[in-house]
Design a protein around this ligand. Structure first.
Ligand SMILES: Nc1ncnc2c1ncn2[C@@H]1O[C@H](COP(=O)(O)OP(=O)(O)OP(=O)(O)O)[C@@H](O)[C@H]1O
Length: 562
């Protein structure tokens, strides 16, 4: 279908399929990569941002960090394309709906779905902040809910500096109205304002003078269920110093509040509810935008409703959430759908959780067996690996072959920091590392220093054996669509045959005792991505390891060079 976008310019190499919508900064279209046939979303920047040279320069710099940012709760950024006739952001296409639409069609989401949305948003923000990227203008249209109920954040760094308050007035922290730059704290304020809207159906403040309301109006915490009020007062604190210090800190408070109010399966229940709501919203025509509310509403906010009334509403919403989730779980199991997961034990369904399974209810054993089975059939794959953060960096790109009786063989271009900063080519077969020196290859033991050590570190971090070691050691493991997320203690991982030394080093350098991880599998259960994060209690020492896998079974075997 022929399609015209702003100024008629389109990003070369893509065919447009349809319009996905648009806002103040441009239009978003669904397009297909002509070479790979991958569906992408392309945001064509329009008007002010495109004409603003300072913004473009800043966004080019942010684009470098964004392209490194890989997280299950962040929409993958692929490219920033600039041409004389236009500028566009090419990104992962999310098969789902924007939270703005869910709220417009469905109204309040109920506390469990709201908590799940907030948890996913904070996970995405934590990953971005660890890469020094702030969102800057978070609002419900930038929170996309995928088909499995996961919140995925889009549109990082697209508000020209100084315009953040105007680009999302209902979600903009008081200091943004005073001209302060966007930062961690303003992102947390916006996430809380969206959480409030999920709980009540409307943003915390609405009226003519938004700056004054954000700066001075009392925080309407009494409108939300009692156990969630502290989250609202912390996240919407007028003084940024009184807000949580980081997304990870806030996530800890969310987890505590959610577990004590709704039990340990709150997240699975919330995600189930969000999946339902977004599917229903997607099936309905988009409602016309409502006229802005009058400033009179804030008088209503200021007059606190009775605690009993508020609590009654919370119980009713929570009960409604449980019924829908239980029904959805039953339907999925009956239909035997490919994505059916074991139902999480909920207080209503099962009061005695199975001690043998990690918290989260996913049994890793059959999953590991399946991964071993499908990867053994494929024999090898291409990969990219990166290790970033406080205590050393490493990147590697190439291919590996699996061996039934020993460690995988790797052929890669790799670089690290310090003495290994320059990119080098290495082949790693059993316990020997071959390094290219001009036209020749030199070999040395894999336990040496410098490049051999770097190559071994990448093998340990990027190998499938590491991925299964994480699943095997998991103390928490839950499934969310094609993504498995969990936590594993470093003491156990340090004993893993495939990757023990790497984890011993991570424990030593970060001073933490566990890692969190996420694994994304494709439809055939072949690994697509592996994320690992280790962070100390002060959150000053963080390590993020990311491996992407592709071309399973389509790579030549890795052999020792002659
Ligand atoms: N990566 C994506 N995948 C799928 N849909 C997307 C993606 N990014 C945006 N959309 C959809 O495209 C529509 C327009 O998005 P856009 O970011 O322009 O909205 P907005 O935030 O309201 O506008 P703006 O940021 O320009 O002020 C929204 O409905 C959104 O859900």
């Amino acid at each position: 279908m022929a399609f015209t976008v702003v100024d008629g310019w389109t990003v070369p190499g893509f065919t447009h399929e349809r319009d996905l919508g648009g806002g103040g900064s441009g239009r978003v279209v669904l397009a297909v990569d002509d070479q790979t046939r991958t569906k992408v979303a392309i945001k064509y920047l329009d008007g002010a941002p495109r004409a603003d040279e300072a913004f473009l320069a800043r966004f080019r710099a942010a684009a470098r960090s964004l392209s490194q940012l890989e997280d299950p709760n962040v929409v993958d950024f692929y490219d920033f394309v600039e041409a004389p006739d236009g500028a566009a952001i090419v990104m992962e296409r999310i098969d789902g709906v924007g939270l703005r639409r869910v709220l417009a069609v469905q109204g309040p989401t109920g506390p469990l779905a709201a908590l799940s949305m907030l948890g996913g948003t904070l996970l995405g923000l934590a990953a971005a902040h660890a890469c020094d990227v702030v969102h800057g203008a978070l609002r419900p249209s930038n929170v996309l809910i995928d088909g499995h109920g996961n919140a995925r954040l889009a549109d990082f760094a697209t508000a020209p500096a100084g315009t953040e308050a105007q680009s999302g007035p209902a979600y903009a922290a008081p200091e943004l109205w005073d001209g302060a730059p966007a930062g961690v704290s303003t992102d947390l304020y916006a996430a809380t304002a969206i959480f409030f809207e999920c709980l009540t159906g409307r943003p915390p403040f609405a009226g003519r003078n938004m700056a004054k309301l954000h700066r001075e109006a009392p925080i309407p915490a009494e409108e939300v269920p009692g156990p969630l009020r502290t989250l609202i007062t912390q996240g919407l604190a007028k003084d940024p110093d009184e807000r949580p210090k980081s997304a990870a800190d806030f996530l800890g408070a969310v987890e505590d509040a959610a577990v004590s109010a709704y039990g340990p399966s709150w997240e699975a229940q919330g995600r189930g509810r969000l999946t339902e709501l977004s599917a229903q919203a997607a099936a309905q025509p988009e409602p016309k935008p409502k006229p802005a509310r009058s400033s009179g509403r804030n008088a209503i906010i200021a007059a606190a409703p009775s605690a009993g009334g508020s609590r009654g509403r919370w119980i009713a919403l929570a009960a409604a959430g449980l019924v829908v989730v239980a029904a959805a779980g039953g339907a999925a199991l009956l239909s035997g759908g490919g994505d059916a997961q074991p139902p999480d034990p909920t207080p209503a369904q099962n009061s005695s959780p199975q001690p043998s399974l990690p918290h989260g209810g996913v049994d890793p054993a059959p999953l590991i067996a399946r991964i071993d089975q499908v990867t053994a059939r494929a024999a090898g794959a291409r990969f990219t690996f990166s290790r970033k953060g406080c205590c050393g960096t490493a990147t590697g790109r190439g291919s590996f072959g699996l061996a039934a009786d020993g460690p995988s063989s790797f052929s890669m271009t790799l670089s690290g920091s310090g003495a290994t900063r320059k990119a080098a080519q290495a082949v790693l077969v059993r316990d020997v590392v071959y390094l290219r020196a001009g036209k020749r290859w030199r070999h040395s033991p894999a336990n040496g220093r410098g490049y051999p050590a770097l190559a071994e570190q990448i093998r340990q971090g990027g190998s499938v054996a590491n991925l299964t070691a994480l699943l095997r050691s998991a103390t928490t493991l839950r499934k969310s669509g094609a993504v498995y997320q969990g936590e594993a203690p470093l003491a156990t991982l340090a004993q893993a045959p495939a990757a023990g030394p790497l984890y011993a080093e991570i424990a030593r350098t970060t001073g933490t005792d566990k890692v969190s991880f996420a694994v994304r599998l494709d439809r055939g259960d072949l690994p697509v991505k592996l994320w690992i994060r280790a962070q100390d209690a002060t959150r000053k020492r963080t390590q993020v390891l990311t491996t992407s896998y592709s071309a399973w079974g389509r790579t030549p075997p890795v052999k020792a060079p002659r």
